[in-house]
Design a protein around this ligand. Structure first.
Ligand code: SAM
Ligand code: SF4
Length: 296
């Protein structure tokens, strides 16, 4: 799915170095941490790393689900939220992921994980799977979990993956309708509306990549964002004053970029305390859901 497996192997950070990264992020004011990868569950010390994250941040992880069923008991106490990638139903998912049996294993992993944690499917829309969007939303409903959608970005080192313009438009409209009908789509309505407005009507959203900080596997900060620098960072997070680096950077030139729709950048960019719909979806509804879960 992504091109990162092509990156030459480098020595991984030790647990002590991972903690240095986490500490410097905490000092800089980060409050939410999402582990992505590569495939995070391939690290044998992932429970220790997550434990260190969990005491500092709201912690989430996205996995392909292959190792999930076997590992869930080791990680469940250190996660607030889990995403499992599903890119199609059955054989389509297996074809896109390149390994037969991936779909079954990811679904088994989801069933095991949802006993302990809030779980969502992470569905990336590509030219090969846009037509299964409705089926994937229905699958998430059937599994009684959420689904988070994002649109494939074609990295310079990957084959073209992005969906065609017309197909994407139709898919976004259908997803927005399903969201409005109450299907368990995790994205805000604003996420779909912003893409439709920008990519089809010329009304741009204001991108705020400074709200998200991306760290590469060597603990280096990827600036200005994941997409424009394609996973190669420069400064080790614990060897630089992140706040000073952030404050010196001219972020304003990126406000109109609108090149990608990666949810980790677009959703925070859209958040606004004066937009009642987003405050309700992101804050009020979650508090209500949290309280309800305590009484169930
Ligand atoms: C890069 S993966 C890494 C985590 C894990 N190995 C997995 O497969 O989920 C994280 C998320 O990015 C999504 N993704 C992969 N390639 C992408 C692309 N070209 N554009 C946007 N998202 C992509 C994946 O589907 C997955 O949900
Ligand atoms: S739209 Fe995407 S690529 Fe452009 S600045 Fe924002 S996060 Fe980076």
């Amino acid at each position: 799915m992504c091109p990162f497996w092509r990156i030459k192997d480098e020595k991984l950070l030790t647990l002590e170095e991972e903690i240095l990264v986490l500490e410097s992020l905490r000092r800089a004011g980060v409050c939410f941490l999402g582990f992505e990868g590569g495939e995070p569950l391939m690290r044998s010390d992932i429970p220790e790393i997550l434990r260190e994250s969990y005491v500092r941040f709201h912690t989430s992880l996205v996995t392909n689900g292959w190792l999930l069923k076997n590992k869930i008991k080791e990680i469940k106490d250190y996660l607030d939220y889990l995403f499992v990638s599903i890119d199609g139903i059955g054989s389509l998912h297996d074809k896109l992921r390149g390994i037969p049996g991936s779909f079954e294993r990811a679904i088994e992993g989801i069933k095991a994980a949802k006993k302990y944690l809030p779980v969502s499917i992470s569905y990336t829309i590509t030219k090969d799977n846009y037509y299964q969007a409705v089926d994937l939303v229905k699958l998430s409903k059937k599994l009684a979990i959420g689904i988070n959608v994002q649109i494939a970005y074609t990295y310079s080192t990957a084959e073209p993956m992005a969906p065609g313009k017309k197909e994407l438009y139709e898919t976004l409209i259908v997803l927005l309708q399903m969201k409005k009908k109450g299907y368990p789509i995790v994205n805000t309505k604003g996420y779909f509306e912003a893409i439709i407005n920008s990519w089809y009507r010329g009304i741009r959203w204001r991108c705020k990549p400074w709200l998200t900080i991306n760290i590469d596997p060597q603990g280096r900060i990827v600036m200005p964002c994941y997409v424009l620098n394609e996973y190669s960072g420069s400064y080790k997070a614990w060897q630089i004053d992140i706040v000073e680096l952030w404050n010196k950077y001219d972020w304003s030139r990126l406000e109109n970029c609108n090149k990608c729709a990666l949810a980790c950048y677009l959703e925070p960019s859209l958040f606004n305390w004066f937009n009642f719909s987003i405050v309700k979806e992101r804050i009020i509804d979650n508090i209500v859901e949290f309280i309800r879960s305590k009484f169930n």
